[in-house]
Design a protein around this ligand. Sequence first.
Ligand SMILES: Nc1ncnc2c1ncn2[C@@H]1O[C@H](COP(=O)(O)OP(=O)(O)OP(=O)(O)O)[C@@H](O)[C@H]1O
Ligand SMILES: [Mg+2]
Length: 251
Amino acid sequence: MKSIIDIEKLDLYYESFHALKNVDLQVPEKQVTAFIGPSGCGKSTLLRTLNRMNDMIPGTRIEGKVNIGGKNIYGDEVEVESLRKQVGMVFQQPNPFPKSIYDNVAYGPRLHGVRSKSELDELVEQSLRQSALWDEVKDFLKKSALSLSGGQQQRLCIARALAVHPDILLMDEATSALDPVSTLKIEELVQELRSKYTIVMVTHNMHQAARVSGRTVFFLNGVIVEAADTEQLFSTPKDSRTEDYISGRFG
Ligand SMILES: Nc1ncnc2c1ncn2[C@@H]1O[C@H](COP(=O)(O)OP(=O)(O)OP(=O)(O)O)[C@@H](O)[C@H]1O
Ligand SMILES: [Mg+2]
């Protein structure tokens, strides 16, 4: 297993609250890894450390290392802009910009200096195809992104993230605000994307984790209890706390 993310002895504090405790984790490249666990156990917090979104929360303090592609992303020389290009993120609520569909997808490439119209056109089409939205929107790319349905908006947000060619895509409960059909579309999309990207997804839905991911990480109170191949974690968990959680005894 070749890992792209290597977390060593990571502790994270919100002021005096110790939210992540001595976390060690390796995330394999070009696979889907699911984070599961009860509300408040630190899933989103760990996800946010992977592209330094926690930097924006005052009072946050980190100890330990987060290596991505062999480089400590909390090192002095790291530029957060380029880190976020490498590590894209999709959130629970679809959050397209109040701009056209085209401009949403072109936003990242433009920010990173792409000016040529033909190049932008190509990136927009390629990203919308990858996010399985192209056929639905190709005839009205100038329309406002806000006119799309929730599921379409979420696929647009995925296209926006893919347009800058990230290595890693983080998804924080990206389907929990969507209807079942849109959820299924995104799950299928994740299956298609996994050969090209490393995907880390937080989900409250254990069936979704079992359906979509190759690795699953179970959290409790800021600690990783168990990280294993998804099939193994759900069939023969090693820790009794994992077993209690996946069999629905708490959480
Ligand atoms: N900005 C913040 N300031 C202070 N404490 C926070 C902040 N964000 C999260 N926490 C606390 O850190 C702990 C972990 O929160 P986190 O959001 O990572 O949990 P989670 O596993 O994603 O939960 P959920 O499933 O409800 O989304 C919780 O106790 C939460 O209250
Ligand atoms: Mg969360």
